[in-house]
Each structure stands twice: as structure tokens, then as C-alpha cells.
Write a protein that binds this ligand. Sequence first.
Ligand code: ADP
Length: 546
Amino acid sequence: MQSTMMDVPLSLNHLLERAGTLFANNEIVSRLPDKSLRSHSYGEYHRRTRRLAAALQKLGLKKGDRVATLAWNHHAHLECYFGIPAAGGVMHTLNLRLAPDEIGWIAGDAEDRFLVVDDILLPLYRQFAAKHAFEKVIVFPFSGAPVDTSGGHLDYEALLADADGDGFVYAAHDENDPVAMCYTSGTTGRPKGVVYSHRSTVLHTFIGCLTDHWGLRSTDSLMPVTPMFHANSWGLPYAAVMLGIRMVFPGPHLHPDDLLDLMQLEPPTLALGVPTIWMGLIQAYDRSLVEQPGRWKLPTGMRSLVGGAAVPEALIRAFAKHGIWIIQGWGMTETSPIATVSYPRAEVQALGDDERFRRAAMAGIPVPLVDVRIRADDGNDAPWDGKTVGEIQVRGPFITGSYHRVPPSEDKFTDDGWLRTGDVAAMDELGFVRITDRTKDLIKSGGEWISSVDLENALMAHPSIAEAAVIAIPDAKWSERPLACIVWKPGAAIAPADVADALGKHLLGHGFVKWQLPDRYEVIDGVPRTSTGKFWKLKLRERFPR
Ligand code: ADP
């Protein structure tokens, strides 16, 4: 017997049309380089996106061709999100925080044909232009200055003005056709390309909109701080367009003061970013209470989707005091990216506040359609006891099954087809995943593992500590021992001679035992950040090799 349902492909084009027809009056706000705000209606957004698609086809874009973007978070980048696939192309977001040579290498590996670049990022483009020859360079006049086309560059606005958006016909496609690609940010190795399809993107979008997930609704105002080049801003822009939700893009202004200013002008109800963004924000806010009381008001009632790195419980509690609820997600570029989400399911709510915060500091439970297993060292699945650790492996319709141009011999899949994430975790009886480390960051001391993440979270719960990162240093007797790099809160340092003693006592109070305590503490000015704003322990390992 066969299903009697219509064979209609899942498609981003449908989401775009829906936004343009049902939500034409809703707004998309972008912060421009001069910090002014520019607003577009979804009606305009829809027209402009169709024009972009028509223009790309006129320039000769063929099905499956890659179009790179080098852009901040703003409306034109969102036009690329839907306009490039509408034309049959594949949007490839370049990470503007990488070294120029690396960006050039990635553009070459992806075989990008065209580039859409913010005018204010042209100096960066010039630094890698020799590494990869784009056939067309389309400059978006983000700053408002006229585009210099004398050297052969094209003006994004002129292209749109000349294009026939009304007559545009969507490229024919199958739901498995590619729409976007992203490179892993290479925190632990060479960047690799992950290619998303209409199908994988639509399914990830739907699951994200579940109430227990990030739960978008029509009354939301969304502020994506996560860059649109970081795993597609975790898929939220697709969801916002699907539901025609007000969006507020911060543009290039990601300093905590700028974000707090923007939150006064355009209070979000849902924002997203990596933990370091929120650490910076709360530190700036706390400082303002002393230095400039009343300067900012935090957006009470806001939800904040935080992931990309472990989220300390202390951070979740700090925001909760202001009525801001952090929802933690775990995933990676390969998982579209959100594969688990922490939310207070009914059983957890019944257990009271402490338990709710404890679970909120975990990666959460697998989202629908994603299978998660923890492979223990003995090769068996770890029991859901909250203790037995192993590598997280995942499988599902929006989990990548291969990498662009990477031979199967070098990839990260098990023989039975699961993705090996390289993250180490335990799962508890309710299915909550607790990430204890990345395989590379675990500290192996005397044959036992010490979780750097657990130590960091406990250290960051200390009232004097703003940031903490723990790395392994070689040790003749124990093989490796933990070294903790700490950043004091302004004016809150402990006397140097007392640090090990005071912090050791603090950690013992958090359930650590003596052999797990760091042997050494180094006070630093700030933890180095990766291109996606995470703690960059590789740099600390280079700085403290022993
Ligand atoms: P990169 O691997 O280069 O950092 P990604 O942005 O794809 O690039 O990062 C994925 C990784 O980020 C995961 O494998 C995991 O180590 C880490 N990560 C993501 N979310 C969380 C989380 N909630 N808790 C702990 N680690 C996380």
C-alpha cells in the first residue's frame, strides 16, 4: 500500500512566500554601521529577496552553485538566506573572524562562484582576494556610501533595482537539494564544510519552534546576536521568517554596551548568543549599577537561547534574578545545529528551584527526530545514570552524514552511521545530557578523568571570579594535571598567596575531591576567544605549555 499524501517537497521558498503574503506589515530592524536603525517590512523583504534571486540568475548562477556571504547580521544577509536558495544556489556564510588566509582557503574549498560582501568588510576581503577568485563580487552598501564599481565590483542595490522580482520563477528543486553550507569553525582541527538541504533546514526550523524548545511566537521580537555565519545563527532566522516575527539585527555592534543600548531601543523577547556574550553583558550591566545607575534596564521576561559552549549555572542564576530565562542548547555545525535543549520538563519543575537550575546548566534532552547515544569507553552505550561518561554520538534528518569533499576515511562517522561529536557527556535518568568536556579538553590525571567544564563552572560560581578556563598541563607523575586560568571581577581579587587555598576550599564545597583540584592558578586579563566567541583553550595551552 502507498501513502495517499501529495508529494510536495519541503522548501524554504514556501516559508519566504508565507512571510511575504501573510506578514507583509511586520518589521525587520537592522542596526547600521553608524548605529542608526533601519526598518524594512516583510513585504519589502519578500520583494527584495525575489529580486536578489532574479538578479543572481541573470548573472548566470546555476543550480548548486555556491554564493559566499561576508557580512554582519542585517536584513540584506537575511535576503541572502532565502534569495540564494530561491535562485537554486547554495549560500555559504564566511566567518569574518577567521584569519584572512583561512577565509580564502575555505572559499576555495567550497568553490564559491560569487561573493556578497558588506562594504565595510571590503578591507578584509582584499586581504584574501588573491587566495580565491570569485567570478562576481557584489558589494552591499551597508554604510550607505556609494559602491565603487570601477574595479568590476557590482552594487547590490543596483542589481536589485534592475531585477524583475515579480516575474521571478523559483528554481525547480527537490527537498534534498542543498540550500546552505557552513564550515566548522575549526576549534579542534581543519575546518570542514557541512551542507544543509531544504529538508534538513525546514525540519530543524519546525522543531526549533516547539514551545519547549526556543518556542517562537508571533508576539516575539528576536535579537540574533549569534553571527549569521555561526551555524546559520542557529537556524533562528529561518524560523523568524517562517512566522513573520519582528527581528532586530545588531549589525557590527556586538560590544556589551552596544547590545545593552540596543535592548533599550528595541527590547527583545528572545535573544541568542554564546555564553561569553552574556557574561560580558551581565558584567557591563553590573558595572553600570555602580558607575551610571539607571543607564540600562534589562529586558525582564526575555528568553535567551545560549549554547555553543557550556553555560555556567552562575550565569543562568544571575540572569534569572532579573527575570531573564536562559534556555541552553547543545549542538554543532554538523547538527544544524541544535540537537539537545534544556527546558524544565514537568518532572523537573516538581523538584524545586535548585534542581531546575542544575538541569538548566546541562545541555538538555534530545530534540524530536534526533537520536543521541553515549558510547562509553568499553564500546557499550552508557546507562542513563548521570555518571557514566562517553562520547556523544547523534543521528537524525538534520545531522550531517558526510563533509564536503572530505574522503570517508577522514570523517567522523561510526560504522553504523552515527556522527561522532568528539564531546564527552553523561545522560541522566530523565535523558538530560551533561557535557563534561570535549575529548581534547578532558584532563587525564593518574588514569582518572577530570572534567574541565565542571571545574570552570564551579570556579565561575565564586563571587570574585568573572571567567575561568581550565586546561591540562603535562605532569611526570600523573600524566596530566589541571591548571586554572582565572579572570577576577573588577576590584574583587583574592590576595595572591591565598588564591589556591581559597579556591580549593570553594571547589571542595562544590563536591570536588582533593585530587581533582587544580594544582595551579594563573590570573589572566581575559580568556582568549575563538572566531565564534568561545573560550579558546588552545591559546591558553600555548601560553601555559607546562
Ligand atoms: P567548533 O567545533 O569549531 O567550536 P561549532 O560551533 O560547531 O564549532 O561548535 C560545536 C561544539 O561546541 C560542540 O561540539 C561542543 O563542544 C560545543 N558546545 C556547543 N553547545 C554546547 C553546550 N551547550 N555545552 C557545552 N559545549 C557545547
